[in-house]
Design a protein around this ligand. Structure first.
Ligand code: TMP
Length: 236
């Protein structure tokens, strides 16, 4: 499978056409952004780690009944994925209060939530990805009721699987963001990535942050944190 012309360059990935109209190649970069693009930098080898961690988790999720866009890992940074139309929603799943939830609701970071929280944000950089509820989603026709039900069901399945899987590796899954897409026949599948860029991972024993918050909050040590996640998940 060969890369043809570049379709799109995002903050962390480039996407290329292939000779198969149903398949694309994603190429992960080391570029890191935060605060909706205001803060820019690079995290050495982040592209490799995010590509390999995402593929590893997507393969496991497919085995557990969550359909994904993953097709084949081509190289350290490149993966063949199914072409989808992205549903313009960021789905955030939270087990423990942190980040914007802590700020908005005044819950100290680390507060265990009595039940899992699902949030939706409308994917629009110019608007700063505002939070929306199901009424907004139907009124703006961002997804149908059936599609949103499936997206919620898959998101909770991802949470159940990942929480248990990561606990065994000494990682607490605080929260994460998912994106879904629609294939040409209208099937909803998990797309984008699942990585230290898009999840909060805390070391179960020490509470140490092993994710992009180290970069977002200028804590330092982000390269080692990403490497540690790759080591625990992939044994290298
Ligand atoms: P938040 O607390 O900033 O809303 O983030 C919740 C989770 O979603 C956290 O694991 C980081 C992830 N996330 C993204 O991956 N992309 C985003 O644009 C945002 C806002 C959050």
């Amino acid at each position: 499978m060969k890369k043809l012309e570049q379709l799109y360059e995002g903050k962390a990935k480039k996407v290329y056409k292939t000779d198969d109209p149903e398949l694309l190649i994603v190429d992960y970069k080391d570029d890191a952004t935060a605060q909706n693009g205001l803060k820019k930098g690079t995290i050495h080898d982040k592209g490799i780690i995010n590509n390999r961690v995402t593929n590893h988790l997507m393969k496991l999720l497919a085995e557990h009944g969550v359909p994904t866009h993953f097709v084949e890992e081509l190289s350290d940074r490149e993966t063949v994925v199914k072409k989808v139309t992205i549903v313009p929603l960021e789905v955030i799943v939270r087990n423990i209060a942190a980040g914007s939830l802590s700020k908005r609701l005044g819950l100290p970071e680390g507060t265990k939530l009595k039940s899992t929280v699902l949030e939706y944000c409308y994917k629009d950089d110019a608007l700063g990805d505002p939070m929306v509820n199901d009424y907004h989603i139907f009124a703006m026709e961002l997804a149908t009721r059936e599609e949103l039900d499936l997206i919620a069901k898959y998101s909770l399945m991802v949470n159940d699987f990942l929480t248990t899987y990561l606990k065994d590796l000494g990682i607490e899954l605080i929260d994460f963001k998912l994106e879904f897409g629609k294939t040409s026949d209208g099937t909803i599948i998990l797309a984008d990535e699942i990585s230290p860029d898009t999840c909060r991972f805390w070391d179960s024993a020490t509470g140490e942050k092993l994710d992009k918050d180290r970069f977002r909050r200028d804590m330092g040590g982000e390269e080692d944190a990403y490497k540690e996640i790759m080591r625990r998940l992939l044994g290298e």
